[in-house]
Design a protein around this ligand. Structure first.
Ligand code: FES
Length: 170
């Protein structure tokens, strides 16, 4: 009886030992790739930074003007330069407004007064999408939402822009 008890104990001991060692080895094998995979996430991102777009605020008028700049984008281990554009003007309250030119229909690029038939509007040539000067989509045209608006800041008389944010559906 005591022999049988001892045999069961040995078997259990071996089972626990092998399971423990196997589990430890498996964890060691898994941790490195998982750590490597999520490392960029743990490092944080510079996506929230605002960039100097090279436009002095004194040069911003009530007429929308297109500006282009580049940002360094870090996506995991991949670093690249990304081109950005905006339509910038001062509204009737003397506030600076910066719209993304990406059409909210299917992503073509809109232009201020891009159509002779529709002056004082942003125009998307892909499907005749139209937006008023304040970025609101013209009802009855393909876009169903206003143009996204860049987060912004003024430093030392220069305009800094961040990420374009949706303004909600009109
Ligand atoms: S992509 Fe602009 S109207 Fe369709």
């Amino acid at each position: 009886m005591s022999d049988e008890k001892q045999q069961v104990s040995r078997r259990q001991f071996l089972n626990y030992t092998l399971t423990g060692v196997g589990g430890f080895m498996a964890a060691g094998l898994l941790i490195s790739p998982i750590r490597m995979a999520i490392d960029p996430v743990l490092k944080g991102s510079s996506a929230g930074d605002l960039a100097n777009v090279g436009l002095a605020v004194d040069d911003i008028t009530s007429e929308p003007q297109r500006i282009d700049w580049t940002i360094d984008q870090v996506d995991g281990w991949y670093e690249s330069e990304v081109n950005r554009s905006a339509w910038v003007y001062r509204n009737e309250n003397d506030e600076i407004v910066a719209f993304s030119p990406v059409c909210k229909h299917l992503g073509c690029v809109v232009s201020w007064e891009g159509s002779d038939q529709h002056p004082n509007e942003y125009y998307c040539p892909c499907h005749d999408g139209r937006y008023y000067k304040d970025g609101t989509n013209v009802p009855g045209t393909p876009p169903l939402a206003p143009l996204d608006e860049y987060e912004q800041e003024v430093k030392d008389g220069m305009l800094f822009l961040g990420e374009p944010k949706p303004r909600g559906e009109a």
